[in-house]
Write a protein that binds this ligand. Structure first.
Ligand code: NAD
Length: 421
C-alpha cells in the first residue's frame, strides 16, 4: 500500500473520533461522558425539493448536526458541496464544539450543508434551495438554539436569505439567527477579515514565544482567499517578508518578499496570483517546501501529508485551513520540533467575531471596528497562552494541548449539569 492510500483510508469522522479517544485517555475522562461526546446530540437529515430554472424538480439532501449543547446554543457553518455527507458534517460539528470551547465561547458546535454543486446553480436556484432548506431545519435553529454561518460556497447573501426565511416564519425580524450577514442586516464590522486576522494574532504570539522576530520573517501562504489573503496582508504590513503566495492555479515566489498590496490590488481585478509579474511561478506542492519561518496553509484539507512532511522547513505552521495536516504528518512535524498551531486555535477568529456579531444583534447595539479587533486579539492571545501552558505542563504538542483544554471544558460542563432525567 502506498503512503498516500494509507493516509486516505481515514474519514474526517474517524480522525475526529480518534483524536477525541486519545485525549479522553490522557484526561482520564469519565467513560460515560466520553461516550456522550462521541455521538452528536442531534442530527437532522432533510429533503430539499427545489424548482430548477428549466422547470425540472430536483431533490437535494441537506443536513444539520448539533454535536453538543452543554455550554449554550450551537454554532457552525453551512456548506454547499457535492461531497457533503452525514459523516463529514458530524466530524465538522464536533470540531466546532472543540473550537468554541477552546476560545471560551458560550456555544456548542454544529455544522450543516447540502449535497449539491453550487458552482453550477443560478442565483435563483440557490435562493429557492436555501429558503426550502432553512424552512426544513427551522425546527432546530434559532438565536437561542443553533446559529448557522457561511462555510464553503455559501456567503453573506445565503445568510440574508436564511435570516429572511426564518424571520418570515416567526413574524419578527430575527437577525441573531445567523451570523456572517451583510452589515445592513445586522452583520458585524471586521467579520470578513476575522479568520485571517486571528491567524496573524496567534502567529505573532507564537513568534514572541519562540523568540523569532516578526520583522523580516519569511512567510509563505498557501491559498489566497478570505483567510490567506488577509493573513498575508497583515504579515506584509508588519514588515515580514511574504516570499510566496498561491491559489488553486499555482503560486508566485520572490525571495526578497512580494509586494502584497500590489498582489491584492491585481487580485481584486479578478484572475489569479500567478498573473503577478514580480515573482517566479511555483507549484502548490513546491510552495509548502520552501525554506521559510512561517507557513500558513490556508487552502484546503490534507495538504501536509507523510509524503511531504519531511520537506517542510518552516519553524511555525499556522493552520488557517481546516485539517490541512494529516495525522501521520502531524506526528512527523511534532518529532522535528515544528510548532504547528492547530486549526481549532489558528482559524478560530471567524467564530469569535461571529459570536461578537450575535451579541451585537441580541443587544441591537453595534461596536466600532477597532473594538472588535481588540477583543478578537484578546480572545486569540489568551487562548494561545492557555494552549502553550497546557502543552508545557503535559509535555504534549500544541494540537493535543488545545484538544485537551477544549474537551475538558465541555466534559466539565456535562459533569456539572449531570444527566437528565
Ligand atoms: P476561499 O474560497 O476564500 O479561499 C480559498 C483559496 O484557496 C483560494 O485562493 C483558492 O484559489 C485556493 N485554493 C483552493 N485549492 C487550492 C489548492 N489545492 N492549493 C492552493 N490553493 C488552493 O476560502 P477561505 O474562506 O479562505 O477558506 C480557506 C480555508 O480556511 C478552508 O479550509 C476553510 O474551511 C478554512 N476556514 C475559513 C474560515 C472563514 O472564516 N472563511 C474560518 C475557519 C476556517
Amino acid at each position: 500500500m502506498t503512503a498516500k492510500s494509507q493516509e486516505a483510508r481515514y474519514s474526517m469522522l474517524e480522525v475526529a473520533l480518534a483524536q477525541l479517544d486519545a485525549v479522553a485517555e490522557r484526561l482520564a475522562l469519565d467513560p460515560g461522558i466520553h461516550k456522550r461526546l462521541r455521538q452528536p446530540q442531534r442530527s437532522l437529515i432533510v429533503s430539499v425539493p427545489t424548482r430548477m430554472d428549466d422547470g425540472r424538480l430536483e431533490v437535494f439532501t441537506g443536513f444539520r448536526v448539533q454535536h453538543d449543547l452543554t455550554l449554550g446554543p450551537t454554532k457552525g457553518g453551512i456548506r454547499y458541496h457535492p461531497g457533503v455527507n452525514l459523516d463529514e458534517v458530524t466530524a465538522l460539528a464536533m470540531l466546532m464544539s472543540w473550537k468554541c470551547a477552546l476560545i471560551g465561547l458560550p456555544y456548542g458546535g454544529a455544522k450543516g450543508g447540502i449535497c449539491c454543486d453550487a458552482t453550477r446553480m443560478s442565483q435563483g436556484e440557490l435562493e429557492r434551495m436555501t429558503r426550502r432548506y432553512t424552512s426544513e431545519i427551522l425546527l432546530v435553529i434559532g438565536p437561542e438554539q443553533d446559529i448557522p454561518a457561511p462555510d464553503l460556497y455559501t456567503n453573506e447573501q445565503t445568510m440574508a436569505w436564511m435570516m429572511d426565511t426564518y424571520s418570515m416564519h416567526r413574524g419578527i425580524t430575527t437577525p441573531g439567527v445567523v451570523t456572517g450577514k451583510p452589515l445592513l442586516l445586522g452583520g458585524s464590522l471586521g467579520r470578513a477579515e476575522a479568520t485571517g486576522r486571528g491567524v496573524y494574532y496567534v502567529v505573532k504570539a507564537a513568534a514572541r514565544e519562540l523568540d523569532t522576530p516578526l520583522k523580516g520573517a519569511r512567510v509563505v501562504v498557501q491559498g489566497f482567499g478570505n483567510v490567506g489573503a488577509v493573513a498575508a496582508k497583515l504579515f506584509y504590513e508588519e514588515d515580514c517578508r511574504v516570499i510566496a503566495v498561491s491559489d488553486s492555479k499555482g503560486g508566485i515566489y520572490n525571495a526578497n518578499g512580494l509586494n502584497i498590496a500590489k498582489v491584492l490590488a491585481e487580485d481584486a481585478e479578478g484572475g489569479s496570483v500567478t498573473q503577478h509579474r514580480d515573482g517566479d511561478r511555483i507549484s502548490n506542492e513546491e510552495i509548502l517546501e520552501l525554506d521559510c519561518d512561517i507557513l500558513v496553509p490556508a487552502a484546503t484539507e490534507g495538504q501536509i501529508t507523510q509524503k511531504n512532511a519531511d520537506q517542510i522547513r518552516a519553524r511555525i505552521v499556522a493552520e488557517g485551513a481546516n485539517g490541512p495536516t494529516t495525522p501521520e504528518a502531524d506526528q512527523m512535524l511534532a518529532a522535528k520540533g515544528t510548532a504547528v498551531i492547530p486549526d481549532i486555535l489558528a482559524n478560530a477568529g471567524g467564530v469569535a467575531v461571529s459570536y461578537f456579531e450575535w451579541v451585537q444583534d441580541l443587544q441591537q447595539y453595534f461596536w466600532h471596528e477597532h473594538q472588535i479587533n481588540e477583543r478578537l486579539s484578546e480572545v486569540m492571545i489568551a487562548a494561545f497562552q492557555r494552549v502553550v501552558a497546557m502543552s508545557r505542563k503535559e509535555q504534549v504538542d500544541l494540537r493535543t494541548a488545545a484538544l485537551m483544554l477544549a474537551v475538558k471544558r465541555v466534559a466539565d460542563g456535562k459533569r456539572l449539569r449531570g444527566l437528565y432525567p
